[in-house]
Ligand binder design. Sequence first.
Ligand code: G3P
Ligand code: MG
Length: 476
Amino acid sequence: MARFEDTDLGVDPRASDAPAPSPRPSNGGLAIPSDGGNTIEIPATRSAISDAAQFMHNLSLAPSMKDRRGSRNSFGTSLPIPRSPRLSRLSSVQRGTPSVSRDIMASQVQDLNKEKTAKAKNMAFAFDIDGVLAHGNHAIEEAKTALKILNGDNELGIRIPHILLTNGGGKTEEARCAQLSEILEQPISTDQFIQSHTPMQALAEYYETVLVLGGDGFKIREVAENYGFKNVVHPKDLLAWDPSISPWSTLTEEEKKEARPQDFSKVKFDAIMVFADSRDYQTDFQVIMDLLLAEDGKLMTKAQDPVATRIPIYFSQGDLLMPTEHKGLPRLTQGAFRISVEAQYKTLTGVDLERVVYGKPERATYTYADEVMKSWMEELHGEARLPDNIYMVGDNPASDIIGGNMYGWNTCLVRTGVFQGGENDLNSPANFGVFPHVLDAVKAAIAKELGEDFKLKWNPKVNPVLHGDGGASAIE
Ligand code: G3P
Ligand code: MG
């Protein structure tokens, strides 16, 4: 089937013929212009090494290697993150159904227990999601109780700040938080939530026309548009324009209606963004290779020099494995897709593919997490500061734990996800301990900070003012 021309599609070809106004020089490298506007650039943190030694890419992580590294990026790469953690378009505080009288009573109890309250306000948690709080769309039961305790079901009736820091993605922050709130039966706000691609909204300041890949249907388009990318192209748009671009893929009638084809031979792409796991590896591999091999991001061209005008490619995270409901080994995820892209590119061109990988354990993601944590502290306690005692609870030593360790957090490794080892992980041991599940990790952290006798139950029946006794009588 022939490709569509712009005139077939009602697109004004002059618009796509115009030079891309991206402020970034298209030189195939990944150096980004210095800090500016609403972004901060965070240098990548560790040295080059290979995912699969000489066969793959000299910048990737080899699972077999024993060294402890905190990045899948090379030195010299910088990863822009938003200067402010709360872009208004992402913000949606969900408070559940607060009761005024309960809040008043809790604040009275806290007033009467100043020392304990100060300690409670000086701790916080960062939770991984997959393998800690949930498996796919199913909550891990203990997680519900853990979040309930942190949301005030404790002797002070105090909310202990916690953010969710996941390498997952593929749908909007609002959609994911709504889904998590439902399955975990606790309110989760976008203001306490970071998924792998959330910090990548900063890239909208650098690139205008982007190919965005991964996730179900066209959901990822909405994500990228929410982030402010102006021209977001989905692989299905390319298939709708030219079905021969991916020989074995076809669109459903519904997808054809939703696709936005135009004459993409006239479009200059500025960057490629992989935001989530591919649902159509063949098409995604093909269109990524088409653009990486093209002259300055123009489809249907082939660059003489594979590096000189290559457009950049970004991956939202680098995990090789993820926990799911599957009872066997953990499932392969975006890291496996990236390694395949690297291998294809190296085989086709003979050179390593420069690329940027966001997500845990990348410093940029943790730096962004700090900003979100501070902002959430302000929301809960009225103080925009980082607590001294932050506990990361994760299931993947190679991302959650190594990142948390490097970042100076207390790390808790749980056995409900990727980690299936012995006493602790040998390469990236959790510094606070290994726990059967998230609830035990939360209980241990609270016991350390607030004392073994700290009650994990709020008693709504007793008025601390009437009963006096330093608020103790409010405790069951
Ligand atoms: O790596 C894939 C993703 O599902 C991991 O999510 O929450 O474990 O970081 P999470
Ligand atoms: Mg996990």
